[in-house]
Design a protein around this ligand. Structure first.
Ligand code: GLV
Ligand code: MN
Ligand code: MN
Length: 403
């Protein structure tokens, strides 16, 4: 491979893969045809650069510059997206890692420590519901049996999808060798808020991630006829489900810096003239710490329980995933910031594989300015010049850590 490839040029090469026909943007879910095409593209890009590619037991792809082994300097992100997601969330970190390797090589850099690029599987939890599934499995943060039984909206289990993608589902789970391979992890990511717009800077280092989790609220009532059933005779689970959506806004607004979102409601069976039998409502809740996050969820659960009782419905609540507050390694953050001439530090409300890994290894993140301030939507963006500033920053950091 000769000559540096730009992050924007690499993103352009995958521009047509996995377009979301409904919302615009992208729908790239783990092990679906689009995400598998991206994986193949990544493998090809790595091989063009003479990087040795491996897929670990949990479906995470690794591309090695240097001898695979413990204590490497690892960078990367993910290639899956939310439904209708943007082009940058995940892929920017992957293409920037490839471009940073090009930059270092063009500069004649010879690493003392091996450098690896990793592509984590199912970061968004867009298919199987648990975010950062690849890094959680690798680090032992989720019971492999629980993971194997997760299923997508068509009832396909993670075990079945993994097998179809060529993995042995019996072998998913904590991977001490892969974990030991990560001496330091640095993830570059598009910023998902307005921090860098306000600061007028192209690049920042992350300092923390909010505690966050996902809960499924299932309301059960009585399916019936929309015309023939008197209002007083109804047990309509959509009514407490609607109240729960409003409860989420009320509860989050009572706690500083908390967020609560309902982005998915599924009535069963879902017919215009049918009173639903059940309604599932997924809650995403985030706050500064564990107590505040759980407090918000409890408050929502209390209000939803009262709403369900008023409609003679039942409610069950299941926690589907949880991750506590992350404060990134202060020493590494200072090293990274100093290497970049003192870039600002920003907190984030978005979850990342770097946050999962931070419990095990020194971890840092770089954010690249997003002039729209919008993410998880097609409007997510980063200017080419800022993407290149990100690549330069990542190359500088990798060079310092691996040199
Ligand atoms: C992932 O981007 C999340 O924060 O949900
Ligand atoms: Mn991401
Ligand atoms: Mn995301």
């Amino acid at each position: 491979m000769s000559g540096t490839t730009t992050a924007t040029g690499l993103l352009a090469a995958i521009d047509g893969v996995g377009r979301d026909p409904k919302r615009g943007g992208y729908r790239r879910h783990v092990f679906d045809p689009a995400e598998r095409e991206l994986r193949e593209w990544f493998v090809e890009q790595a091989q063009r650069r003479d990087l040795a590619v491996r897929c670990d037991r949990n479906g995470n792809l690794w591309a090695w510059w240097g001898e695979p082994g413990p204590g490497a300097i690892v960078t990367g992100s993910h290639l899956d997206s939310v439904p209708g997601g943007g082009a940058f969330d995940g892929p920017l970190g992957v293409v920037s890692a490839l471009a940073a390797v090009d930059t270092l090589r063009d500069n004649g850099f010879a690493p003392d420590k091996a450098i690896a690029i990793v592509v984590f599987a199912e970061e968004e939890g867009g298919r199987f519901g648990v975010p950062c599934l690849g890094s959680r499995l690798l680090s032992g943060a989720i019971d492999p049996d629980v993971a194997r039984h997760l299923h997508d909206q068509d009832g396909v289990t993670f075990a079945e999808a993994a097998a179809e993608a060529g993995l042995d589902p019996a072998r998913v789970g904590r991977d001490d060798e892969a974990l030991a391979a990560i001496g330091t992890f640095v993830e570059l990511h598009v910023e998902q808020g307005r921090g860098l717009i306000d600061l007028g800077a192209p690049v920042a280092v992350a300092d923390s991630i909010l505690a966050h989790g996902r809960w499924r609220f299932s309301f059960t009532g009585e399916g019936n006829h929309a015309g023939a059933t008197l209002l007083g005779d109804r047990r309509d689970p959509m009514v407490p489900a609607a109240e729960m959506v409003l409860a989420a806004r009320i509860a989050a607004s009572e706690v500083d810096d908390a967020r609560a979102t309902v982005g998915r409601i599924v009535p069963n069976p879902g017919g215009t003239n049918v009173i639903a039998s059940t309604v599932d409502v997924w809650l995403d809740a985030r706050a500064a710490d564990d107590a505040n996050t759980r407090g918000v969820v409890e408050r929502i659960r209390d209000m939803a329980t009262d709403a369900a009782a008023r409609e003679n419905c039942e409610l069950t609540v299941v926690e589907e995933s949880y991750g506590d507050t992350v404060v990134f390694d202060a020493g590494l953050r200072k090293t990274v910031s100093a290497a970049l001439g003192g870039v600002p530090a920003l907190p984030t409300g978005a979850g990342h594989d770097a946050g999962v890994l931070a419990a095990h290894v020194p971890t840092a993140m770089l954010f690249v300015r997003n002039p729209t301030g919008v993410s998880h939507a097609p409007e997510e963006f980063a200017e080419p010049a800022d993407c290149e500033a990100g690549v330069t920053a990542l190359a500088t950091v990798l060079g310092q850590l691996a040199g």
